[in-house]
Design a protein around this ligand. Structure first.
Ligand code: CO8
Length: 297
């Protein structure tokens, strides 16, 4: 509990002083371990010789994005972003078969409005940090990646997915009876275009790897055991581009989408809280949770 409170305190410090990207960071964060950190849910290994960090999500069973998970993720990202020795980030999963199951549904079910608001602020913060990162970011998608898991992948500069037809990826929110917010929608539209986004979101489509490649939701498919090595090779190529030019170009492409959320954060939190706490939405979430359990049994 003490760790959780400390992490949350840090997250609120971060989000109050960072609009997004690399701005001011409390000095306490910078004095923590810089090269390699181990925490219960996120493991980061930075190779000093290449400047590439591998971030492994390791929260069994399915890397669902809980408030604690998001808080750790944001702190790890902030540390890497501030580390001049780190130029590239590969995000992958330590769990077999699952990259991330997306937002932790239990964070949205049966929770107080205050707690829902705190959770949503952390989701926003994660997206802002990832989407505006100055680092080259590559998603090494070694398992299924629905909803928020897909969003994490979409924030990256490049996506490599394991070519296993049992895995799926997509923004399936409507299947849960909930609505992906405008910045989820914008991130997908920026990647696959308006028409694919419209169909994907309305139908809550989950794509197998071949389908995801076809619409441009992922950039490359490789055998499961080559996902990380291919990500490392791809990173080497991206890092040969002059850094400043690449960063400005990335910012130019993404800034309008980022600005849309940063100028509407409070309203977006308010919308989320009033939507998710509705009885009808709570009922949909309960049914979805029951369906997940039944599918297992
Ligand atoms: N949150 C919480 N618990 C989860 C989640 C989740 N997202 N996903 C799975 N679990 C739980 C399961 O209920 C199960 O629990 P238990 O062990 O108690 O039965 C356990 O994790 C393991 O799950 P599975 O047995 O299903 O694991 P598999 O390896 O067979 O399958 C999958 C992995 C494919 C990831 C599968 O679990 C799955 O499809 N999960 C649901 C994914 C999903 O639909 N996520 C949507 C989350 S919503 C979101 O991210 C964006 C919301 C935007 C909000 C907008 C509101 C306005």
């Amino acid at each position: 509990m003490a760790l959780r409170a400390a992490l949350r305190g840090r997250l609120s410090q971060l989000s109050s002083c960072t609009g997004h990207g690399r701005v001011c960071v409390p000095p306490t964060l910078l004095t923590q371990q810089r090269n390699s950190s181990t925490s219960p849910k996120i493991k980061v290994d930075l190779d000093q010789s290449t400047g590439v960090a591998v971030m492994r999500m390791q929260s069994p069973p399915v890397n669902s994005l809980s408030l604690d998970f998001l808080t750790e993720l944001c702190i790890s990202l902030e540390k890497l972003e501030m580390d001049k020795g780190c130029r590239g980030l590969i995000i992958t999963s330590s769990q077999p078969k699952v990259f991330s199951a997306g937002l932790d549904i239990m964070e949205m079910y049966g929770k107080s409005p205050e707690r829902c608001g705190e959770f949503w602020k952390a989701v926003q913060e994660m997206w802002l940090k990832l989407y505006s990162s100055n680092m080259v970011t590559i998603a090494a998608i070694n398992g299924s990646s629905p909803a928020g898991g897909c969003l994490v992948s979409l924030t990256c500069d490049y996506r490599i997915m394991a070519d296993n037809p049992r895995f799926s990826i997509g923004l399936n929110e409507t299947q849960l009876g909930i609505v992906a917010p405008f910045w989820f929608k914008d991130t997908l539209a920026n990647t696959v275009g308006h028409r694919h986004t419209e169909m994907a979101l309305e139908l809550g489509l989950l794509y197998n790897p071949a389908e995801a490649l076809k619409i441009g939701m992922v950039d490359q498919l490789v055998p499961e055991d080559q996902v990380l090595s291919t990500a490392t090779e791809t990173m080497t190529k991206w890092l040969t581009i002059p850094e400043h030019a690449r960063q400005i170009t990335k910012s130019m492409m993404r800034k309008p989408t980022i600005d849309k959320l940063t100028s509407n954060r409070d309203a977006d939190i308010h919308n989320f809280v009033s939507f998710i706490t509705k009885d009808s939405i709570q009922k949909s979430l309960r049914m979805y949770l029951e369906m997940l359990k039944k599918r297992r049994g």
